[in-house]
Design a protein around this ligand. Structure first.
Ligand code: NDP
Length: 241
């Protein structure tokens, strides 16, 4: 059985990834930070469907908590696949992005990815076919007005992905990135119906995305079929411009 650690798997895209991997027979380490109840309920659902999963609390911005999480994964058989999905957004002008807000977004969305990869890499290197998939964003590619900190962090994740893919290729580890467009999750609950309509109008496939749309792409990148793909940024955005 292969093991996948998914950060921020209590809700949204991470939870959809957890269900998708479990349905394909992976043991899933369901990382969560604050949403313990949701993580436990998700694990119960996965187990009822015959899947194998372990909920693990850790704040990805806290190196000590990340070390504890990775130790638990090692105890349960190691890490073959890491999906760096945990993230937060801040919506507001650049002038409203006070230093502590900037720091929190960069700490979670970029430094959190560093923390988890840095700590989990020895486990991933132990795997016969180690892989890392980072969740960036369409805003990391294009930049978004009123989401400067988020765009900067997500662009950083893209740079990290491309550079680390080069460095880890000789070890047989692939590193790729999925860059979702607008996906229907809690993260986007702040947007009013007019804003959502505007986004749909700018999306050639004329709809918003689902968490499952992203999970399907992540699962494909984790599959044998993607074994010669590394350093890539895969948009799951309906063609959003
Ligand atoms: P949600 O807000 O629905 O879920 C966020 C998840 O991240 C939760 O499970 C939350 O855990 C976890 N999380 C947040 N901070 C931390 C932390 N410090 N440590 C550990 N876990 C943490 O977001 P989405 O599912 O929409 O987003 C998932 C990823 O996809 C994010 O990286 C996001 O930036 C990215 N993305 C989302 C898009 C969208 O349109 N929704 C578009 C592009 C990218 P808990 O609740 O337990 O605290």
């Amino acid at each position: 059985m292969k093991n996948v650690l998914i950060t921020g798997a209590s809700r949204g895209i991470g939870a959809a990834c957890a269900e998708a991997f479990a349905a394909e027979g992976w043991r899933v380490f369901v990382n969560y930070n604050k949403s313990e109840k949701k993580a436990i309920e998700l694990c119960e659902k996965i187990r009822q469907s015959g899947g194998d999963c372990v909920p693990i609390q850790a704040d990805v911005t806290d190196a000590a908590q990340v070390r504890r999480m990775v130790s638990l994964c090692a105890y349960h058989g190691g890490i073959d696949m890491l999906v760096n999905n945990a993230g937060i957004d801040f919506y507001g002008t650049f002038e409203q992005t006070e230093p502590q807000i900037w720091q929190k977004v960069i700490d979670t969305d970029l430094n959190g990815v560093y923390n988890v990869i840095y700590t989990a890499l020895p486990e991933i290197k132990n795997s016969v076919q180690g892989r890392i998939i980072n969740i960036s964003s369409v805003w990391g590619v294009h930049g978004a007005s009123c989401e400067v900190a988020y765009s900067a962090a997500k662009a950083g994740v893209i740079g990290l992905t491309k550079a680390l893919a080069k460095e880890l290729g000789p070890s047989g580890i692939t590193v790729n990135c999925v860059a979702p467009g607008y996906i229907d999750t809690d993260m986007n609950k702040i947007f009013d119906p007019d804003t959502v309509s505007d986004i749909i109008n700018r999306t050639p496939l004329s709809r918003t995305g689902s968490a499952k749309d992203v999970a399907d792409a992540v699962l494909w990148l984790a599959s044998e079929k993607a074994s010669f793909i590394t350093g890539q940024i895969i948009g799951v955005d309906g063609g959003f411009m």
